[in-house]
Ligand binder design. Structure first.
Ligand SMILES: Cc1cc2nc3c(=O)[nH]c(=O)nc-3n(C[C@H](O)[C@H](O)[C@H](O)COP(=O)(O)O)c2cc1C
Length: 338
């Protein structure tokens, strides 16, 4: 099934060049048990500023989210509200939720934007956990402004990571298999879906793809699939693999959602697994930015044959030419000519 969304190629996004983002992505994990310690004033201000910035940024599809930040004490916010997490979260000191238009592309943008926020908090030493299922949406939706056509799909608890994970926390990790990721060759492909890509054949893409692989996803379903192409000509049968000698290096990553059939997370009234794709998109873009390379998002269906009816194209990332490498090459040529 192809969803054909034709749009003009987006402008190159100026992703922040954060050299530490690779470490931050590797460090981040879902924290469900926090220290019983209020956020220090400097951290509180940091989170407040990040929350404001989150509400002012647009995702690749042009949507924004409306964040809601509440500090809690003893599990209750200042207005006495209890944020129910079915015992999954312990000692949270604050919660940040996000309201968004209930629309497929907005879900991707939510994933992208909120993961940027989560990584900034992780880099500061704060613990977070994406929650899309195990929180009492009804209670919270009564307090947070959710207009018609909008939804509050996600919240995260905040606090200092607890030194010991609680029983429920360990249970959640075990059920979701949170410490395991699918192998590279199951997720990533060269040229088309029939050529699995191993980390050794991916060249400069190895690290950005590895960052996609380490991303959080609802119930750890890991529904992202990526096909690399050179972008020079339509991918066709028999086209050489990007790693083959003498072929142009791949410039484009086509991101697909491989939906988990019957997954309960997709039955909550919004498209949970599209959020996972937004997270993967942010990781890919940031990992390239860490190498000093920007890129742009476009949404024109690339026309690749998908493996089954559950696999759907979402977006293409085109990495800009490596101006430094070009300059380096030109330098070498000039030196050689002298
Ligand atoms: C969109 C989304 C929704 C999630 N919803 C929940 C949830 O409702 N409850 C929960 O305990 N964890 C939830 N998680 C956390 C995942 O279970 C977790 O990211 C995954 O198991 C991988 O573990 P890690 O985050 O520690 O790497 C969610 C994650 C994502 C991305």
């Amino acid at each position: 099934m192809h969803s054909t969304v034709i749009r003009a190629a987006a402008e190159t996004r100026a992703a922040p060049k954060d050299a530490h983002v690779i470490d931050t992505i590797k460090q981040r994990r879902s924290v469900r048990t926090f220290e019983d310690e209020p956020l220090r004033p400097a951290d509180l201000s940091f989170v407040q500023a990040q929350t404001v910035a989150l509400g002012e940024t647009t995702g690749p599809f042009g949507h924004r989210v409306r964040p809601d930040f509440r500090v809690v004490q003893g599990g209750r916010s200042s207005d006495g509200e209890r944020i129910g997490t079915y015992g999954v979260i312990r000692n949270a000191q604050a919660f940040v939720g996000v309201v968004v238009e209930n629309q497929p592309e907005a879900m991707v943008d939510l994933g992208y934007l909120f993961e940027g926020f989560i990584l900034n908090l992780t880099a500061r030493g704060l613990g977070t956990c994406w929650l899309g299922g195990t929180f009492n949406r009804k209670t919270l939706s009564g307090r947070v402004r959710v207009n018609e056509g909008e939804v509050l799909p996600i919240i995260t608890p905040l606090g200092y990571p607890g030194s010991q994970a609680g029983l429920q926390d360990r249970f959640m990790r075990r059920v979701a298999g949170s410490d395991r990721r699918k192998p590279f060759t199951e997720l990533f492909f060269a040229t088309d879906f029939s050529s699995p890509l191993g980390p050794d054949g991916a060249g400069d893409w190895t690290e950005p793809l590895e960052m996609v692989r380490l991303g959080p996803s609802a119930s750890n379903k890991q529904p992202w699939r990526v096909v690399l192409t050179s972008g020079a000509a339509p991918a066709g049968e028999g086209a050489p693999a990007p790693s083959a000698p003498g072929t142009p290096a791949p410039q484009q990553a086509h991101i697909y959602l491989s939906r988990t059939p019957g997954y309960v997370g997709n039955k909550l009234g919004f498209d949970m697994q599209r959020i996972d794709i937004g997270i993967a998109m942010l990781h890919l873009e940031r990992a390239w930015a860490a190498k000093g390379r920007q890129g742009s998002w476009s949404f024109e269906e690339p026309g690749l044959t998908v493996p089954d009816e559950h696999t759907e194209f979402i977006a293409t990332f085109t990495v800009d030419h490596d101006h430094n490498a070009r300059a380096g090459e030109a330098d070498q040529t000039q030196k050689g000519a002298r």
